[in-house]
Design a protein around this ligand. Structure first.
Ligand code: LLP
Length: 419
């Protein structure tokens, strides 16, 4: 459920007609709906309401916009960050340091120091080596870092290979069959408090089964660690719940996910935390674009050339991802079309032979489900500027990220005087 609907033949974001945003801000532009973000946050919280005091840390990578983080902070969400930059954003959105969890295989020395200086809630260690390094730094600073060991359960998440993280060959976490030994080694180090386990097997999961398998393995590991005399008080179950990208797609609901988690973790006696990203932000955003022109192709379907491109929304080019495309003011006519951007490579294709609303030059259209992994993955490829972002709340809207024009990006470059 989201708040991007046609009213009187015109697509609105909540109560704001999208042509108004296009006129005032220009296109392409990301548009987020605050009501949808809030609704998703509440549905997710409600789904976990049978758990004792769950901690929900929004995966900042999904949508790091400060205004989006602020909305979620107000809903009581913490943050899952994977870089010093994301940590800065979470703190700037007033997310309490103890509500920040730091994930990622490549935390640098200075990022570990930054996390300690901010006194963040938890470091999710992705390797034994990282634990040793953090121990030295924390001990030098006279601190004790709260840590979880991220395990790799070797479970196939059955999602796109590029966003699967829980198979043995993936770079994430430590092999679950070595976790007991590594946990014990790290627990004995100064500067570190090993307090639990973290797991995240992938993103856009369309079935709960792989998650349940992974969580069951974590359950066995908790028992094994406790039998060895280790303390396990916290478990982070990651994110990963998928969202429908096509109107006819059925995915497990947050309620079904919550029920599964409640059942599987019943006897764990730990504080649980979660790192949802896409399920909160995905359907809370769209990318608004304008058709530049129609061009004949070698088959009956025309190329609809839009002003958004793969640098603005990378998912179709990167993962072959589907995003529904709708006209902002549909004429009622349908067409079969190829939808492409202006960038000079064939990968800059949003849809081929897509049965969709008929569009002509000058028309506005949207890519749906672009609130997660949309603007955050944008680049300036082909010397295109960075796409702006707008947040709608009822009948008002605000630019929450300015368009960064190509000229400003060029202004940061220098030609050395020896050239
Ligand atoms: N926690 C960790 C440790 C993660 O690596 C991720 C996502 C999440 C949580 C959030 O997962 P979510 O709930 O959003 O599925 N760019 C890709 C998605 C990459 C996901 C990376 N990790 C895409 O556009 O599909």
């Amino acid at each position: 459920m989201n708040h991007f609907e046609h009213r009187g033949g015109v697509l609105h974001a909540e109560d704001v007609p999208l042509p108004l945003i296009a006129e005032q801000i220009g296109t392409p532009v990301y548009v987020y709906s605050k009501a949808t973000l809030v609704r998703h946050a509440r549905v997710f919280k409600e789904a976990l309401s049978n758990l004792k005091d769950p901690h929900i840390a929004f995966a900042v990578k999904a949508n790091p916009n400060l205004a989006v983080l602020k909305v979620l902070q107000r809903e009581g969400f913490g943050a899952d960050v994977v870089s010093g930059g994301e940590m800065d954003r979470a703190l700037a959105a007033d997310i309490a340091p103890h509500h920040i969890v730091f994930s990622g295989v490549g935390k640098t020395h200075s990022e570990l120091v930054q996390g300690l200086a901010a006194d963040i809630g938890q470091f999710n260690l992705e390797s034994e080596e990282e634990g040793y390094e953090l121990s030295v730094i924390a001990a030098q600073l006279g601190q004790r870092a709260r840590c979880a060991l991220r395990v790799n359960p070797d479970v196939d998440a059955r999602t796109h290979a590029k966003i699967s993280t829980g198979k043995a060959e993936n770079k994430f976490g430590v092999p679950i069959d070595r976790a007991g030994e590594i946990y014990a080694a790290l627990a004995g180090l100064p500067g570190i408090e090993m307090r639990g386990i973290a797991v995240h097997i992938g993103s856009q999961l369309s079935s709960l089964e792989p998650l349940e398998t992974a969580f069951s393995k974590v359950g066995s590991l908790i028992a094994e660690l406790r039998a060895q005399g280790q303390s396990v008080t916290h478990v982070d179950l990651g994110g990963g719940l998928g969202v429908p990208y096509r109107t006819d797609e059925i995915l497990p609901s947050p309620a079904e996910y919550g029920a599964m988690v409640t059942r599987v973790t019943r006897d764990w006696d730990v504080s649980l935390s979660f790192e949802p990203g896409r399920v909160i932000a995905g359907n809370a955003g769209i990318l608004l674009t304008r058709v530049i022109r129609l061009k004949r192709s070698s088959n009956a379907s025309p190329f609809v050339v839009v002003d958004a491109a793969m640098n603005d929304l990378a998912r179709p080019a990167m993962y072959g991802a589907w995003h529904d495309i709708d006209a902002v003011e549909p004429s009622g006519m349908r067409q079969c079309a190829h939808v492409v951007g202006p960038i000079c490579e064939t990968g800059d294709t949003f849809a081929m032979n897509r049965e969709m609303d008929a569009l002509k030059a000058g028309d506005l259209a949207i890519f749906r489900t672009a609130g997660a992994y949309g603007a955050t993955m944008a680049s300036s490829y082909n010397s295109r500027g960075f796409v702006p972002e707008v947040l709608v709340d009822g009948d008002r809207f605000a630019v929450v990220a300015d368009r960064l024009p190509a000229a400003d990006i060029m202004a940061a470059e220098r030609v050395p005087d020896w050239l």
